[in-house]
Design a protein around this ligand. Structure first.
Ligand SMILES: [Ca+2]
Length: 377
């Protein structure tokens, strides 16, 4: 009898172990960890996550600094009510970060990110530090920090989009510095009231597009080559709107107004930058700090709008009859008579879309009929 009971107990234990293995160990694929339901803090959830997981954070205020050391998505429930405040737990500022991204393939989206006790300089925290590749910072409010988004690592394929970055009275909006960052895309962000909106230092193949950079100390500054600054609204900055230190960059379709200086060229090797379709309406429109620099001021047919251009347009094609002279090496031979509005991007009207859909449908039907006829019976 004892032997029979022993066998039954062993049998039950084996079945339980099997169920445990199926439920816990056999479970594969990414999972979602919910804060505070599953874990009280974001850091605890990140610590318990594995590669590919999502840490979903419900609305609330979280006083912690988060270090992300594995590929995952950190998603807030609502960008204005899911708030992370860096600088607690006795940490002081000066190079500290509210969120540190230290692994590739990380997404941070849906948060308000702030520095603790912003009135005390010793406590200034940066918003997000990017120390890895293929990362995405999208749809956050980053405010009252030192620098909003910052990196001093040689990172690539980083996307920073659709963020509101504001009120960094002692720091910049977005800053990549010194370490040859490349393929950085900074797009559709609103950056206001910072010491400087966007800066990329020592980089290449970067894109800065569609951003509103308004009411900062300076606007956009690149020490880059082969990069693009396009479709940005750079207005009311107390210093320079766009500063170029580098070669072979393309600057087009930007609205640059009410800055102290529209565009400045300064550095050691600043040649061959192409500027067209921009509007410049500033206290001073261009500043070129060396007589050795030669830039390209059109795309072959279109130059730039200059608020202080005094020429006429006798044939009414929108391009002035005489060049806009900058210095002996630089002149815009196709100056525009009217400013370019970056907000009026040509769109398809609804009837054109309808026409395209009907045409595509008819073509599909005709192709199908032809194929059907060709098939052997
Ligand atoms: Ca003309």
């Amino acid at each position: 009898m004892k032997k029979f009971v022993f066998i039954i107990v062993i049998f039950l234990v084996a079945i339980s172990a099997g169920i445990y293995i199926v439920v816990h160990v056999g479970r594969v694929g990414p999972k979602t960890l919910v804060v505070p339901d599953d874990y009280a803090t974001i850091g605890w959830a990140v610590g318990n996550a594995t590669a590919g997981d999502t840490v979903y954070v419900k609305s609330g205020t979280y006083n912690e600094s988060v270090n992300i050391d594995k590929p995952l998505s950190l998603i807030g429930e609502d960008m204005s009510s899911t708030i992370i405040v860096g600088g607690h737990a006795g940490l002081h500022g000066g190079g500290h970060h509210t969120i540190s991204v230290r692994a590739d393939n990380v997404t941070v989206s849906g948060f308000t990110i702030r520095s603790y006790d912003f009135d005390t300089p010793a406590w200034y925290f940066n918003g997000i530090y990017i120390g890895a590749n293929n990362c995405n910072v999208t749809g956050n409010i980053i405010e009252n920090c030192d620098d909003g988004v910052v990196s001093s690592d040689s990172v690539s394929s980083v996307i920073i989009s659709k963020n509101i970055i504001r009120d960094n009275a002692h720091g910049m909006g977005i800053l990549f510095i010194y370490a040859a960052p490349h393929d950085i895309t900074i797009t559709d962000n609103n950056i206001t009231s910072t010491t400087y909106g966007i800066g990329i230092h020592g980089g290449y193949s970067c894109v800065i597009s569609g951003n509103n950079v308004i009411n900062n100390g300076g606007g956009i500054g690149i020490h880059c080559s082969d990069s693009t600054i396009t479709g940005n609204n750079v207005t009311s900055n107390t210093g320079t709107g766009i500063n170029i230190d580098g070669s072979n960059n393309t600057i087009s379709g930007n609205y640059v107004a009410d800055n102290k200086v529209g565009v400045t060229f300064s550095g050691s090797m600043v040649n061959g930058n192409v500027l067209y379709n921009n509007s410049f309406d500033n206290d001073q429109n261009v500043q070129i700090t060396s007589t050795n620099y030669t830039e390209v001021w059109d795309n072959g047919t279109v130059g730039n709008y200059w608020s202080n251009y005094n020429g006429t347009d006798s044939n009414g094609d929108g391009i002035g009859d005489t060049p806009y002279i900058i210095d002996e090496n630089n002149q815009d031979i196709y100056p525009l008579m009217n400013p370019v509005d970056v907000t009026t991007i040509p769109e398809f009207s609804s009837w054109i879309i309808l026409l395209l859909v009907i045409t595509a449908t008819l073509l599909t039907i005709i192709c199908k009929q032809r194929l059907t006829k060709k098939q052997p019976v």
